[in-house]
Design a protein around this ligand. Structure first.
Ligand SMILES: Nc1nc2c(ncn2[C@@H]2O[C@H](COP(=O)(O)OP(=O)(O)OP(=O)(O)O)[C@@H](O)[C@H]2O)c(=O)[nH]1
Ligand SMILES: [Mg+2]
Length: 283
């Protein structure tokens, strides 16, 4: 299965970005710390050749800290500059800017131009707002909130460029599409909601059984399969159809909502080991 997801405005965005990137000093590639590989747009590699770039693993408050540490080590061994932050924390966002100031070659008399780039919903506009200390850009927990490039002058002689999230035309393999969908980077209408929940349920049962049992104590024992987990959540939350059958769509919504909000706990969707050992994760 491949996911065809490429709204018209993204093609336009690509064209504009290529031009705009040539004019900035540094690119912050904003990734989701829960999925640092799946959330990396291969297109960014292509358009940023020769440009100073740092991978920013954002939303560390939602990710498994153990895995985030492993990802940073992974990027270090590949000699790829990377930093992990919580985009709503001023000190974290400032650390990223400081890194850019210290590592870019330029005439210090003029403003440093920094662009945030990445797939939808990774927190680009949030980081800009945090740095500015006020709500300059619209943000929201769904993809494609920002529709246009926007320049903001910060106090410290830095110009920040916010950009719309960009995805690539065909997302494959299936595992990657599910990871992106579970994180909220792809519109909830692009993939069947229950499919995303089944993927999520399998991940939680296999990798985070304790968090799952902690959040849903009514489970009593760890469900052996995804359907049992989703049905038990549906039953406990009263999402039943006529005849007492569980409304799987509603139960799926509960699981995904709780996962995305962090209520289940700090969860990572992929590990460096996954992409080294599993060919399906490779680009
Ligand atoms: N928990 C948590 N949520 C965050 C963080 N950064 C951003 N968010 C949330 O993630 C959602 C997406 O944030 P945006 O800043 O709109 O993301 P974006 O990358 O600009 O998205 P597009 O404009 O659609 O490309 C919002 O609900 C933010 O509040 C973070 O570090 N931690
Ligand atoms: Mg935005």
């Amino acid at each position: 299965m491949t996911i065809q997801w490429f709204p018209g405005h993204m093609l336009e965005t690509e064209k504009q970005l290529k031009k705009a990137i040539s004019k900035v000093d540094a690119v912050l590639e904003i990734l989701d710390a829960r999925l640092p590989h799946a959330s990396a747009n291969p297109f960014v590699n292509k358009i940023c050749t020769g440009k100073f770039r740092i991978k920013v693993l954002n939303k560390t408050d939602l990710a498994d800290p153990e895995q985030t540490a492993l990802w940073l080590k992974y990027f270090e061994t590949k000699q790829v500059p990377a930093i992990a932050i919580c985009g709503t924390q001023k000190s974290d966002a400032n650390a990223v800017l400081k890194y850019c100031v210290n590592h870019t070659d330029r005439n210090r008399a003029r403003k440093l131009k920094v662009m945030v780039l990445g797939i939808p919903n990774t927190g680009k506009s949030t980081i800009l707002n945090t740095l500015a200390g006020k709500k300059i850009a619209k943000t929201g927990n769904e993809p494609a909130i920002t529709r246009q490039q926007q320049r903001t002058s910060l106090n410290n002689n830095i110009d920040m460029y916010d950009t719309p999230g960009i995805l690539w035309p065909v997302i494959a393999p299936r595992q990657r599409a599910y990871i992106l969908a579970a994180s909220g980077a792809i519109s909830d209408t692009a993939i069947d909601y229950t499919d995303i929940a089944f993927f999520t349920a399998a991940l939680l049962i296999e990798r985070y059984p304790d968090l799952l049992m902690g959040r849903f104590p009514f489970l009593e024992t760890l469900p052996t399969d995804e359907l049992t987990l989703i049905e038990k959540i549906g039953t406990a939350r009263g999402h039943l159809k006529k005849g007492g059958h569980v409304n799987l769509h509603k139960a799926s919504e509960v699981l995904i909502r709780e996962l995305r909000s962090g209520k289940i706990g700090k969860i990572s969707f992929e590990t460096p080991k996954d992409i080294e050992n599993d060919e399906t994760f490779k680009d």
